[in-house]
Every structure is written in structure tokens, then in C-alpha cells.
Design a protein around this ligand. Structure first.
Ligand code: SAM
Length: 233
């Protein structure tokens, strides 16, 4: 696979432009030259072969070919709603969820949560998603939604979705937990201190299934990645 770059707007005819971080990566880190070939993706599933046409300080122009790959999203989109861990653990989790094909991450605002889902945190995580997509060959971005509390998230669940909440002592997570008719899958993961009884009650009343991920207590990011690996279609 050639080096991959994220474009915020698709090529205009056969002319594509890289700006900002992506342009600097190509010029300063990879020291590209006119004529070098790369791949471009715009996060919607399309990928273009491209050749460097001109190099500026913070802007690179490229000649783009026809879209070569149209990567398909998972048959049943998977959302992880997670009480975010802090710092590097948060970034690591987002990288792995992107690699595993999750469609969306919703930062879950919980009583015992430790990290705030601010707009700047959201922007930082979106950058992590782009880097992970560049590295793993994924052409659709994982969406990072604005944070919301459990009751609001559950009120927005679309008809036909299968929702599970990871909680120690829940029902073992078996392959048949997702009915074949499910239109979406949503996995909920609590903070280091766990969900409160009140939050578990909200989930119970909404008919959410409690699932166990084994005998050991997993850190938030391990639980989120385990759920994604087990539930991703
Ligand atoms: N003492 C907390 C409790 O009992 O819930 C532990 C919280 S754990 C560090 C953080 C989150 O990861 C939990 O709220 C849960 O969503 C998920 N989790 C961790 N280990 C799990 C397991 N073995 N089974 C199911 N969920 C788990």
C-alpha cells in the first residue's frame, strides 16, 4: 500500500489539494518530490491514486486518478458509547476501535466518569481516527460524536438496534446476542469506578442486556476494544 493521505474535499476533476498537517507530513516528514505517487481518501469510503504535481510550504497539489477502492462499511453499524479514560489510554482506545471497524464512538457522560468530552477533546480524537485510517487502510472515518449521558443516548436508540451494557456479572457475551434482524449494535462501557446503580437501572428499564466480558475486571479501554472485537460484523 502506498502512503495514504486524508483530503477534506474530494478532487475537483483530476486536481486534489493537501493542506495543513497532511501537506506537512508529505513534504517535511516524507520529503516527497514532484512525481511521487500516494493514495488519497476522503473518509467517505473512496480512495484515489495520485501523483504529486507541485509542492508548497503548507500546500501540495496532486493529479488524482479514478477512485480505485470503494470500501464498504460494516453490514450492521457498531457504536461504542464509552465513559472515556484519560490521556494516552483514550487515544489508544480510539486507534484500536478505528482499526476494528467501529462506525461511531460516543463519549458517555457518567456519574463516576474521569474525562470530559470537550469540543477540543473531540477534535483531538478525530485526528487520531484519521491517523489510524491512514495506517490501517480504512477509507471511512469512525465518527466521534459529542458526549451525552446514558438516558439521552438511550432515548436516541434507533428502532431495531441491539443494545448491550458491559457490566461484570452480566450474561456471558455469546455470538448469538445480536439478533440477525438487528439494524445497529450499540455497546455501552462504564468508567473506572463502574456504572452507578441508578445508571444500571436506567439501562435495565430501557431493556438493555447486561453482558460480561469474562471473570477479570478490565480497564475501560480493554472492555471497549473487547466489545468491538466481539460485536463488529
Ligand atoms: N468496579 C467496577 C465495576 O464493578 O463495574 C469496575 C469498572 S471497569 C474498570 C470499567 C468498565 O469496563 C465497567 O463499567 C464495564 O462497563 C467494563 N468492564 C470491565 N470489566 C468487565 C467485565 N469483566 N465484564 C463486563 N464489563 C466489564
Amino acid at each position: 500500500m502506498s502512503e495514504r493521505f486524508f483530503i477534506t474535499t474530494p478532487p475537483d476533476g483530476d486536481r486534489a489539494v493537501l493542506a495543513g498537517d497532511e501537506a506537512r507530513h508529505l513534504t517535511r516528514v516524507l520529503r516527497a518530490k514532484v512525481g511521487d505517487t500516494v493514495s488519497l481518501f476522503d473518509g467517505t469510503g473512496r480512495e484515489w491514486p495520485a501523483r504529486v504535481a507541485s509542492l508548497g510550504r503548507d500546500r501540495v497539489e496532486l493529479d488524482a486518478g479514478k477512485p480505485a477502492i470503494d470500501s464498504l462499511p460494516a453490514a450492521i453499524p457498531l457504536t461504542l458509547a464509552v465513559a472515556l479514560p484519560k490521556g494516552d489510554r483514550q487515544k489508544w482506545m480510539v486507534e484500536k476501535l478505528t482499526e476494528l471497524g467501529a462506525a461511531r464512538l460516543v463519549p458517555l457522560e457518567t456519574t463516576r466518569g474521569v474525562a470530559e468530552a470537550t469540543a477540543s477533546a473531540q477534535a483531538r480524537l478525530e485526528r487520531v481516527v484519521i491517523e489510524a485510517c491512514k495506517q490501517c487502510g480504512r477509507n471511512t472515518l469512525m465518527e466521534i460524536s459529542a458526549g451525552r449521558p446514558l438516558d439521552r443516548l438511550l432515548a436516541e436508540v434507533p428502532a431495531g438496534a441491539c443494545v448491550v451494557i458491559a457490566h461484570p456479572g452480566g450474561k456471558p457475551l455469546a455470538a448469538d446476542i445480536v439478533p440477525p434482524t438487528a439494524t445497529a449494535i450499540i455497546g455501552l462501557v462504564g468508567p473506572e469506578g463502574g456504572f452507578t446503580d441508578e445508571e444500571l437501572g436506567v439501562a435495565d428499564r430501557a431493556g438493555v442486556v447486561r453482558v460480561s466480558l469474562g471473570h477479570h475486571i478490565l480497564r475501560v479501554e480493554t472492555a471497549a476494544i473487547t466489545l468491538a472485537a466481539r460485536l463488529a460484523g
